[in-house]
Structure formats: C-alpha cells, structure tokens
Design a protein around this ligand. Structure first.
Ligand code: GAR
Length: 195
C-alpha cells in the first residue's frame, strides 16, 4: 500500500496534529505524516513532532512582513522538498491567499471548531454560548480561498449543556476534533489512492 505523504501545518500546541500522528501509526492507515510545519518559531507542536521522529520546519511569517505570497512561496518550497501530497491545517492561524490555496485544490483540508457554516472565524465557543445554541461541534472541510468555507468532509456534533463555559464546551468540541480529523484524512487519502 502506498501511503499518501501528508504535511500538517500548525501555529500552536498541536493537539489535532498529535491525533493525526497517532492515527497514522496504524498499519492500515492510508497516510503518513511526513512533515510538520509551523509559522510560529518554537510552537509546542514542533517539539512533539520531532520527538516522534517527524521532519519539522518553521517558516516565520513575521520575516515576510505584509508579503503574504513570499511567505507562502517559502511554505510551498518546504512542501515540495518533502514531496507532500496532502496538507492538513491544524490550528494554523494564518489566512492563506489564492496563490497557495489554488495549488492545493482538493488536497488541502482544515479543521474548524464549529458546525460550519455557523461560526466562521475566531471565538467560536464564546459565540455559540452567547447565542444560546443547543448544539455545537467541529468541521473538517476542503480549503478554498474564502475563509472557513469549502466543501465539508466530516462534522461532529456535541450538545451545549447547562452551565457550560468556553472551557468546558471547548474541551468537549476538541475531543470531537481529535476523532473526526483522522477519520476525514483517512477518507480523502483513500480516495486519492483509488483515483
Ligand atoms: C483547534 O480547536 C482548531 O479547531 C482551531 O484551533 C485549535 C488548535 O488546537 N482552529 C481554528 O480555530 C482555525 N480557524 P490544536 O493546536 O491543539 O490542534
């Protein structure tokens, strides 16, 4: 079985990254994590990935000022160096331009902590609570130039419980994220193997 070479792009602690790395250890998983890349030097997830023997790279967006495309060209160079076939955004807190997104059409996916199309953007748990939403959750979707849009691959739902805080609700959603992201990657990596 040829496993798809996957890069995970992170900006922080990388708990979704860890869930993907754990899933990819299974012999029958159709993808291998070949690179973890961060735009934040010293992001927690980088050390965790390196400890797993996974190649890591840092492309610090601050070095590129307002030139988003120059930053993205440096990211793309890393992806090419590592012969990446699928990109997973996992808490990667940069908006990508069409320059990079178009190069990865149907091969770049993202996890978002809400039931899209509800609550695009930041502070999703706060906004769900403020609205008195009865249900909340997480979405894995293909990345398109418009932020937090793009075809949905998988969603997981949780109830909003009386007395929930952003922390308790966020923790419940994060558990769902860790379940659906590996499953969504399995789905698209399998599809690409067949096509
Ligand atoms: C996750 O909850 C992810 O859904 C969210 O950031 C967190 C990263 O946590 N992503 C976004 O908000 C993207 N707009 P992690 O680093 O532990 O995976």
């Amino acid at each position: 079985m040829s496993r798809k070479r996957v890069a995970i792009l992170i900006s922080g602690r990388g708990s979704n990254m860890a869930a993907l790395i754990a899933a990819a250890k299974a012999a029958d998983y159709p993808a291998e994590i070949a690179l973890v890349l961060s735009n934040v030097p010293g992001a927690g997830g980088l050390a965790a990935a390196a400890a797993e023997g996974i190649a890591t790279a840092t492309v610090d967006h601050k070095l590129y000022g307002r030139d988003r495309e120059a930053f993205e060209r440096a990211v793309q160079a890393e992806l090419e160096t590592h012969a990446i076939e699928i990109v997973c955004l996992a808490g990667f807190m940069r908006i990508l331009t069409p320059w990079l997104v178009s190069r990865w059409q149907d091969r770049m996916i993202n996890i978002h902590p809400a039931l899209l199309p509800a609550y695009k953007g930041l502070d999703t748990h706060e906004r769900a609570l403020a609205d008195g939403a009865a249900r909340h959750g997480a979405t894995v979707h293909f990345v398109v130039p418009e932020m937090d849009a793009g075809p949905i691959i998988l969603q997981g739902e949780v109830p909003v419980l009386p007395g929930d805080t952003t922390e308790t609700l966020g923790k419940r959603v994060l558990e769902v994220e860790h379940r659906i992201y590996p499953e969504a990657l399995r789905m698209i990596a399998t599809e690409y193997r067949l096509s």
